[in-house]
Design a binder for this molecule. Structure first.
Ligand SMILES: C[S@@+](CC[C@H](N)C(=O)[O-])C[C@H]1O[C@@H](n2cnc3c(N)ncnc32)[C@H](O)[C@@H]1O
Length: 264
């Protein structure tokens, strides 16, 4: 499947999952603490979260970064509706929401101290995103890209046991590819590429609930018949591999790219 074909059904996918999205994804604090530490000493932070979804990481950003003003950008109005209700319920007011695709995004030149993107960069062109972020960042501004590589995807419970999961998910970028794109983009410097590793435990019922909710958009790249067959095979493989179906354990991995704007 081409990248274009793989992304063409995505607006529909995110409209469908918006209501349940936060409940079926696993949210980690570690990337937020990493960002907090990288921004320590900044008296206030004006930032944007691109592909923010329903706001699970935005709430954590507000909890851990003092005096934050955030523009929450997403291509899906359904995801942003969920985000607005969620953050309002948490009494978070310093946000502006913006329905926009990265490709059409026009943030003011030099207006932001930081740009974030969590689990979304594989939905858009990496180079376009870098150019837009660099343009919007102030001198010394920081860019944080939290994602998973194809190798990290392969090592997940889904990559190991869910039929065709790694083959279908052809959108993820390798670390080498992302680092090469950063190197060829003037005005941005790679500060660090950091890997995160998480020990996970879940019941088979929870895993099946997540997959049936299509918590990863990868599941929307299957046709209905393929997906039903894959659910069955996944359950069989898990039952063969694990003795305790209430406590299946595995590791998830992610990568944070931390970039700084530099003068050219
Ligand atoms: C996997 S979700 C991640 C959401 C959120 N960052 C999180 O981690 O919970 C990807 C998000 O990117 C958005 N998205 C996809 N393509 C986009 C694009 N071209 N421009 C902006 N947002 C996009 C989707 O609507 C979706 O909300």
């Amino acid at each position: 499947m081409t990248q274009e074909a793989a992304t063409s059904g995505m607006p529909e996918h995110f409209a469908k999952v918006a209501d349940v999205y936060r409940g079926v994804r696993t949210t980690d604090l570690e990337p937020i603490l990493y960002i907090r530490d990288a921004l320590v000493g900044w008296a206030s932070v004006r930032a944007a979260d691109i592909g923010c979804g329903t706001g699970r990481y935005d709430r954590l950003l507000f909890e851990h970064i003092p005096d934050l003003d955030l523009i929450c950008v997403d291509a899906s109005e359904h995801m942003l509706e969920q985000l607005s209700g969620y953050l309002a319920g948490e009494h978070i007011q310093n946000i502006v929401t913006l329905v926009a695709r990265v490709e059409d995004l026009a943030l003011d030149d030099g207006s932001l101290d930081a740009v974030f993107t969590f689990n979304a960069v594989h939905h858009f062109s990496f180079l376009t995103f870098l150019a837009k972020a660099r343009h919007a960042l102030s001198d010394e501004g920081r860019l944080f890209i939290y994602t998973r590589t194809p190798e990290q995807n392969t090592g997940s419970i889904w990559g190991r046991f869910f039929p065709l999961f790694t083959e279908k998910e052809s959108r993820l970028y390798t670390l080498e590819r992302m680092e090469a794109w950063v190197a060829e983009t003037s005005g941005l410097r790679l500060v660090e590429a950091k890997a995160f590793r998480y020990a996970r435990k879940a019941s088979l019922d929870r895993l099946v609930e997540q997959a049936r909710s299509r918590h990863y958009s990868t599941f929307s790249l299957y046709d209905d018949q393929e997906l039903e067959a894959a659910y069955r095979t996944f359950k069989e493989r898990i039952c063969r591999q694990f003795d305790n179906l209430d406590a299946i354990s595995w590791y998830d991995e992610n990568t944070m790219l931390h970039l700084a704007k530099v003068q050219v």
